[in-house]
Design a protein around this ligand. Structure first.
Ligand code: ADP
Length: 501
């Protein structure tokens, strides 16, 4: 291990804004690559309908690529309306003939079995998640996959206890759930959707995102190997058109969607006037608030975790930082220092902190906002960490001297980009933090419990973390206010969207 300490400040004028880059102070660790020998991937994946992999009606396939290398990994079937219909019919038959009649204890056993099999195959799933999505192996290994297994364990436990979840009411399943998920936590989002649906006695047609279908297809193999009755879970692949066909299918009784606010609105319009139930978990522009009595070192770590974790591909990323004026200099100094040691690179390397941006299109969107921020007059700060020459990578970025009216402060960027503002009083920061169309999450850093309670009651966010950030647990509900959506996933609350009374 050799330490390279090169600190060079480089101030350049760009469109009137000051750009400051600082050379990394970084330990150069020897590569520690996760092995890929143990994973098995086919060249081509078909649709998972009725516990079988079947060819798509159109015979069309699209490529899924590794965003860290730009290499093709596999071909994925594109489901058209006929395939969607087949999957929904299979889910409907399974619901009526078998799943809703099965004793809840037996349903629970199947869900436990899925959970255990995810655990058994966790190493393989973590590597595939990283290859297909670009996230660091440390995250897929330590966060995504264990949390996905935990979700199945947690909801398996509820299957035969639903009468205790809804006292004095008798919950009934709804029928077929159409579930559409994004690319930022592919297997975890599948678990968030499938586990409560099955526990409550519903059957499922799930559509993963087009850039990250592989772990959902591996989950299909697990479901088949668990001997789940055919049709209880169907996994179909494709892009927006496939998702839209699922949304409008008349035999789908409930839609659960996680993705952009834009598509969420399209879905809401598409099902208006039908009696389909809907939950939406959409975008965010979450505030991370540092008071002057906060433990600053821990807060800096929380800021890093809040925005650079998973390349900022987190709907609840702490992408707006608010620092109380009296500690601004200290926080910024420590934040910049910490950023210099972040390693951006090969997601399969266990030393990597920031992996690949999920797609070329997403990288272009982030670059658009980087240019926009400079044009809007904010100061941009990036360490000059080396980026791999191939693949989609972005250096972690701060925008200093931003204001509420900047678009980079108002719009979701979904990348490792943090905007920074200051505040003086509690009232001021509550007003600024709530001044956004979104309301998914927030973080509050302070030594005072009373301040935390005051903030949590006034922040219009589904989650408020106190002295921590980006902590998830199967037992606690997650979801948004305003344009971040409605409905909750996780915990007891996560059962409600999947039952009727
Ligand atoms: P992101 O910006 O995170 O990619 P999107 O909202 O575009 O989010 O995509 C999330 C999921 O929604 C993906 O699985 C995508 O294929 C699907 N999707 C995109 N457009 C539609 C649509 N019109 N109807 C239903 N699903 C859609």
């Amino acid at each position: 291990m050799a330490k390279t300490t090169q600190i060079k400040k480089d101030i350049e004028k760009s469109n009137g804004a000051v750009k400051i880059t600082t050379k990394s102070t970084q330990w150069n660790y020897s590569p520690s690559l996760e092995s890929t020998d143990h994973i098995q991937l086919a060249k081509r994946y078909d649709l998972f309908i009725n516990n079988q992999f079947v060819k798509p009606n159109s015979n069309k396939y699209f490529d899924t690529i590794n965003p860290a290398t730009e290499e093709k990994i596999a071909e994925i079937a594109e489901a058209d309306e006929k395939d969607v219909d087949k999957a929904v019919q299979s889910a409907k038959t399974a619901y009526e003939k078998y799943w809703k009649k099965l004793h809840p204890r037996e349903r629970g056993k199947y869900i436990y079995r899925i959970a255990r099999m995810i655990q058994e195959r966790s190493r393989e799933l973590a590597v595939i998640e990283t290859i297909d999505g670009g996230k660091p192996i440390r995250e897929s290994r330590d966060i995504d996959i264990p949390l996905a297994a935990n979700h199945f364990f947690y909801y398996a436990g509820w299957a035969d206890k639903l009468q205790f979840a809804f006292l004095n009411r008798t919950p009934e399943p709804i029928g077929v759930a159409g579930q559409i998920i994004p690319w930022n936590f592919p297997l975890l989002m599948a678990a968030w959707k499938i586990a409560p649906a099955l526990a409550c006695g519903n059957t499922v047609v799930l559509k993963p995102a087009e850039t990250t279908p592989l772990t959902a297809l591996k989950l299909a193999e697990i479901i088949r190997d668990c001997d789940l009755p055919p049709g209880v879970v169907n996994i179909i692949t494709g892009a927006g058109k496939t998702g839209a066909a699922l949304v409008k299918h008349p035999n789908v009784n409930k839609i659960a969607f996680t993705g952009s606010t834009e598509v969420g609105k399209i879905i809401q319009k598409a099902i208006a006037g039908t009696n389909k139930k809907l939950t939406l978990e959409l975008g965010g522009k979450s505030a991370n608030i540092i008071f002057d009595d906060a433990p600053i070192n821990e807060a800096v770590e929380g800021i890093i975790n809040g925005i650079f974790f998973n390349q900022g591909h987190v709907c609840c990323a702490g992408s707006r930082l608010f620092i109380q004026e009296s500690v601004y200099d200290e926080v910024i100094r420590k934040l910049k220092h910490r950023m210099k040691s972040l390693i951006v690179g090969n997601p399969l390397d266990k030393n990597t902190d920031i992996g690949a941006i999920n797609s070329k299109q997403q990288l272009e969107k982030i670059h658009y906002y980087l240019d926009l921020g400079v044009k809007e007059g904010a100061s941009i700060y990036q360490t000059d960490c080396a980026l791999p020459s191939k693949g989609y990578f972005c250096a972690p970025t701060l925008f200093l001297e931003t204001s509420q009216s900047h678009r980079i402060v108002q719009e979701e960027i979904f990348g490792p980009v943090l905007t920074i503002q200051t505040f003086r009083t509690v009232e001021e920061v509550i007003e600024k933090a709530n001044n956004t169309p979104y309301g998914l999450a927030a973080g509050v850093w302070t030594d005072k419990g009373s301040k935390i309670f005051n903030m949590t009651s006034k922040m219009r966010s589904g989650v408020v973390w106190a002295n921590t950030y980006n902590k998830f647990d199967a037992t606690s509900p997650f979801g948004g206010y305003k344009e971040s959506g409605f409905g909750r996933e996780g915990g007891l609350h996560g059962l409600l969207p999947y039952v009727k009374f």
